[in-house]
Ligand binder design. Structure first.
Ligand code: NAD
Length: 316
């Protein structure tokens, strides 16, 4: 079984990926500074090793690979992923998202890693009038976060091509599910679930008819797993960029009504003026994933929300 390094493996998405790979019998090294991730998100498993370290520190990354020279695959989630923080402090954002990525890439290629998966974002596209957005749409990111994600994609692919390492850059839509933080600026679904479960009034910026493409975390994990299997099967190295979303647009009002239905509540949101820079409509074309990786999202919004609420009920 392969040894896989997962940066940010103690975070929301990373912890689901970690659990899935352990279940499949792999050894997993989680490299995480626990800035937003938590030890408690990680399963107890003898095949799991947690290294508490910062990807901005090249020596820590080097030592981690030095202790585990047999790492075959890297999945890179660790990031500064708060758009407001990136606007307030673009150089810190770049330090983690670009320089941190380069540190991982340098060690990965030195240790002859076979495949490198990068967690990118739909933020690389910026505002788009035509939906769904395909991978080859023009990239006009509107925040330093979007710029750093796009830039890191280029480093990932260029390093892979230079040194014979397969690479997959995945532009996630809005991911949701158990363990997602409900802090401001995290996932809108977890924020609204938290509010409605606590009897608070949800605040909607704009008229609530703006849309997002919500993907349940298990579907995202199965997409990344499908790529890793494909990269392993291929004799030649592959370099791919994929949208990872559902290609379904859901308005914020609809999303609130689904949460209301599951919780048996009837919330009355407080509508405020739309925030400048907010993307009005979003939907990712996922046909490349479906065709090339024989993948499809299996969890509908209501099912996913039900599972997420069950998690919050258990962990309140
Ligand atoms: N959640 C979404 O909807 C979404 C959408 C698009 C892209 N993404 C991307 O997916 C990835 C994972 O996001 P998430 O929602 O799970 O966020 P998260 O904050 O839950 O996970 C990030 C993890 O990285 C760790 N980390 C942060 N900075 C680090 C550093 N300098 N060194 C080591 N570890 C560090 C954190 O402790 C955390 O465990 C990120 O790259 C994010 O940009 C997420």
């Amino acid at each position: 079984m392969d040894k896989v390094l997962i940066s940010g493996g103690a975070g929301f998405i990373g912890s689901h990926m970690t659990a899935a790979l352990l279940d499949a019998g792999h050894q997993v090294v989680v490299l995480d500074d626990l800035s937003t991730g938590k030890r408690s998100y990680l399963p107890k498993n003898e095949n799991l090793m947690l290294v508490v370290a910062d990807i901005r520190d090249p020596m820590s990354v080097r030592e981690t690979f030095g202790h585990h020279p047999d790492i075959e695959q890297v999945i890179h989630f660790a990031a500064q992923s708060n758009v407001s923080v990136s606007l307030a402090n673009p150089s810190d954002d770049a330090e983690t998202n670009i320089i941190g990525t380069i540190h991982l890439l340098e060690e990965a290629r030195r240790h002859d890693v076979k495949a490198f998966v990068y967690a990118s974002s739909a933020a690389v596209y910026g505002l788009k009038n035509e939906l769904p957005i395909a991978e080859n749409a023009e990239k006009t990111p509107t925040s330093p976060y979007g710029v750093s994600k796009l830039s890191a994609e280029h480093y990932v692919e260029a390093t892979g091509r230079l040194y014979g390492m397969s690479t997959g850059c995945f532009r996630f839509s809005n991911v949701f599910g158990p363990r997602q933080s409900a802090a401001p600026e995290s996932g809108v679904i977890s924020i609204f679930i938290h509010k409605l479960m606590n009897g608070e009034t949800p605040v909607v910026y704009g008229d609530g008819e703006q849309t997002r493409d919500f993907i349940y975390v298990d579907d995202l994990v199965s997409g990344l797993t499908a790529f890793l299997s494909q990269a392993k099967k291929h004799e030649e190295t592959i370099h791919s960029v994929y949208n990872l979303g559902t290609n379904i647009e859901t308005s914020i009002n609809k999303m609130i009504s689904v949460i209301d239905r599951v919780l048996a509540t009837s919330s009355v949101p407080s509508y405020r003026r739309a925030r400048s820079g907010d993307i009005p409509f979003s939907r990712l074309d996922n046909s490349k994933m479906i065709e090339e990786l024989a993948w499809e999202p299996l969890t509908d919004l209501e099912d996913g929300i039900r599972k997420t609420i069950a998690y919050y009920n258990k962990n309140a």
